[in-house]
Design a binder for this molecule. Structure first.
Ligand code: UDP
Length: 328
């Protein structure tokens, strides 16, 4: 039985990866320090013999007994509200955490896949974003802690690849959504769905003309799985190229949820990218991958998930207010 270590395993993407690798017949070692993850995302796997969980912070030395075939490094805060609350941990897990896991991969002779992000393109001046675009990042802005950690992560990964011959894969993940997103992480989809369920108005930041392209989690996981098993070691964008403005998206959510809430406008957070859309030609060509789940179907499944949350969970939402914290 092949063994895979998944970091950030109790998070949104990490937990879906655990499910996928269990389904594929792997032995899964799940690791998380639960800063942003939640054990309820993986508790259904605890009874399985081929599943182990380690509570560990990967910025500290990582020890895993025995052989290891694959490592997937998905530990990281991944929402703008998290970068503001825990900026140092965000930098450390992308930099020190990645270093530790690359060292582990080298030691075990394991192949390692690193979760990178469309954020490495910053507020992009090239549209849609191809893997060849170098990006437009504000190093000292509030998002810089995430963007630069992920850029460093890509550099050190390629250094281990070239210098130590470690087998590496780099996925650049674009906005992904689905069940198990954290309701209070401040991201636009849980924010809008939580607001709809609480009967509040939907908060659009700026004038809502900024765009995003949302990928359903099952499609994202399929792309990552194929990339891991491919022999391609340069970065690959995995995301859904179907682009929409945030204002149009808010209107879609109002229709989907059948609520009669209004849209209200709030200040645009600093360095919020104006546009984002993946060019997925590489993924199509190299992995034979493209997304299959449309927004209507994916959003319905996601809303059905949020509807299962208790009233108490729904009311725990953090309201993002960037106006005072984020001036500089
Ligand atoms: N956004 C919004 N209202 C909210 C939360 C987010 O209009 O309540 C906007 C945000 O300013 C950004 C887009 O939605 O332009 C996507 O934000 P998210 O935090 O989900 O992800 P990211 O900016 O990292 O793509």
């Amino acid at each position: 039985m092949k063994k895979v270590l998944i970091t950030g395993a109790a998070g949104f993407l990490g937990s879906h990866l655990c499910d996928r690798f269990i389904k594929e017949g792997y032995h899964v070692i799940a690791m998380d320090n639960l800063i942003t993850g939640d054990l309820k995302n993986i508790e259904h796997l605890f009874k399985l013999e081929q599943f182990e969980y380690y509570h560990h912070d990967v910025t500290k030395f990582v020890h895993v007994p025995g052989d290891l075939d694959y490592i997937l490094h998905f530990a990281s805060p991944a929402s703008p509200i998290d970068y503001l609350k825990i900026p140092i941990q965000t930098l450390k897990v992308g930099a020190l955490g990645t270093h530790n896991l690359l060292g582990l991969a080298k030691d075990k002779g394991a192949r390692i896949l690193i979760a990178s992000t469309s954020e490495i393109y910053g507020d992009p001046l090239v549209h849609p974003q191809t893997e060849e675009y170098y990006g437009n990042v504000n190093t000292i802005g509030p998002r810089g802690v995430y963007d630069e950690a992920k850029r460093f992560q890509e550099s050190i990964t390629m250094a281990y690849n070239r210098f130590h011959g470690v087998e590496t894969r780099i996925v650049r993940i674009f906005n992904t959504y689905g069940p198990r997103m954290r309701l209070n992480d401040g991201r636009v989809i849980p924010a809008f769905m939580g607001q709809a369920l609480r009967g509040e108005d939907l908060t659009v930041f700026g004038d809502g003309s900024q765009t995003r392209s949302f990928c359903y989690v099952d499609d994202e996981i399929e792309g990552i799985y194929r990339l891991l098993l491919s022999d391609y070691d340069l970065p690959v964008n995995i995301g859904n190229p179907h682009e929409i403005t945030i204002k149009d998206f808010a209107e879609e959510i109002i229709k989907l949820t059948g609520t009669d809430q209004k849209i209200i406008y709030k200040p645009l957070p600093k360095d919020d990218p104006l546009q984002r859309q993946p060019d997925i030609s590489k993924a199509k060509e190299i992995l034979g991958w493209e997304p299959k789940v449309g927004r209507a179907e994916g959003m319905k499944k996601t809303f059905d998930y949020f509807k299962t949350l208790s009233q108490q969970e729904l009311n725990k939402t953090d309201h993002r207010d960037f106006s005072s914290r984020n001036k500089r």
